[in-house]
Design a protein around this ligand. Structure first.
Ligand code: SF4
Length: 314
């Protein structure tokens, strides 16, 4: 009998949790410890059902509107950030708020405010309806024009000599924004953008890792939620590299047909997906074929964001 060669499984490095997600989850956990349950969280703290369910089990209650939060209840804003109107509503109701907005999202808010203060018309490159985009648009005083693609740039009716500035959603793909920024620069004679674009370090590192991994594999599995922006971009990058790529939330969504004729599978995870779900996907593969797992070399991440002062124990 001939030996069956195991399916090679390569894990992208880095993958999964970023510093902003780690901080956001820790804020909810520490708030539960310090104040006791329930703690109210406006919107999914990060876009991952497993994370949300784990925190629910510890006593967190997730709501979409502040009107659902009872008086005086400890309230956490999610990592995606919120509009000023939400902050004002919380203040007017006297809710004790812990803000889990990722510091890199706050940096984009501040950048937008600076451009607006200089009298520039602000253009946000991002996806309509995403909570980060809604938060950013609602943080910047004055109008913000949202562009999602090249068609939106072409449809802008501003005179070409309008002083404009752009900012970007943190979780887009570098390639998408490059084309849109190039189109904006062609369209407007007086345009400014941040020195280093706002795509965050974690998004960039995970995207670079998928690009490198795509040279070694014939199938890519991205572990993440389908409403997770950065996870969707990872899948798109795999597809653009010509490798069949699928976004799955855990091993239960693995389709055995995808493995047909495949020799090497690459696995990565979006910034809001915990490693336990990557392990779950590997186990699901093991139930179908023998696998050998190795981690690809990649960038080390050692960024940590500080917690709100009231949650830091001495
Ligand atoms: S992906 Fe980037 S911007 Fe988003 S939470 Fe993580 S570190 Fe912050």
């Amino acid at each position: 009998m001939s030996d069956v060669r195991p399916l090679e499984v390569f894990l992208a490095q880095p993958r999964g949790f970023c510093a902003g997600v780690v901080r956001a989850i820790e804020i909810v956990e520490r708030a539960l410890e310090k104040y006791g349950p329930p703690v109210y969280v406006r919107h999914e703290i990060v876009h991952n059902k497993y994370v949300v369910e784990s925190l629910k089990a510890k006593g967190a209650i997730f709501v979409e509107e502040l009107s659902e939060v009872p008086p005086k209840a400890v309230t956490v804003f999610s990592a995606h950030g919120v509009a000023r109107s939400i902050e004002e509503e919380a203040a007017s109701r006297g809710l004790p708020v812990l803000n889990a907005t990722c510091p890199l999202v706050t940096k984009v808010h501040n950048q937008g405010k600076r451009y607006t203060a200089k009298g520039r018309t602000l253009i946000l490159i991002g996806h309509a309806g995403h909570p980060e985009v809604e938060g950013t648009m609602g943080q910047v005083p004055g109008p913000v024009l949202l562009v999602q693609n090249l068609d939106d740039v072409a449809a802008l009716t501003l005179p070409s000599d309008t002083p404009v500035a752009y900012i970007t959603q943190t979780t887009l793909s570098v390639d998408d924004t490059r084309d849109i920024i190039a189109a904006l620069s062609k369209r407007f004679s007086d345009i400014q953008g941040p020195d280093t674009r706002d795509i965050c370090y974690a998004t960039q590192n995970r995207q670079s890792a998928v690009r490198a991994m795509s040279k070694l594999v014939d199938l890519i599995l991205v572990v993440g939620a389908n409403n997770s922006s950065n996870s969707n971009r990872l899948r798109e990058i795999g597809t653009e590299a010509g490798i069949p790529s699928y976004l799955i939330s855990d091993g239960s969504e693995l389709n055995p047909d995808w493995l047909e004729g495949k020799k090497a599978v690459g696995i990565t995870a979006g910034a809001s997906a915990p490693e336990v779900l990557v392990d779950d996907v590997i186990e699901a593969l093991r139930r179908i074929v023998p696998v050998s797992v190795s981690v690809l070399p990649g960038r080390e991440e050692n960024i940590e964001f500080v917690l709100p002062a009231e949650l830091v124990t001495a």
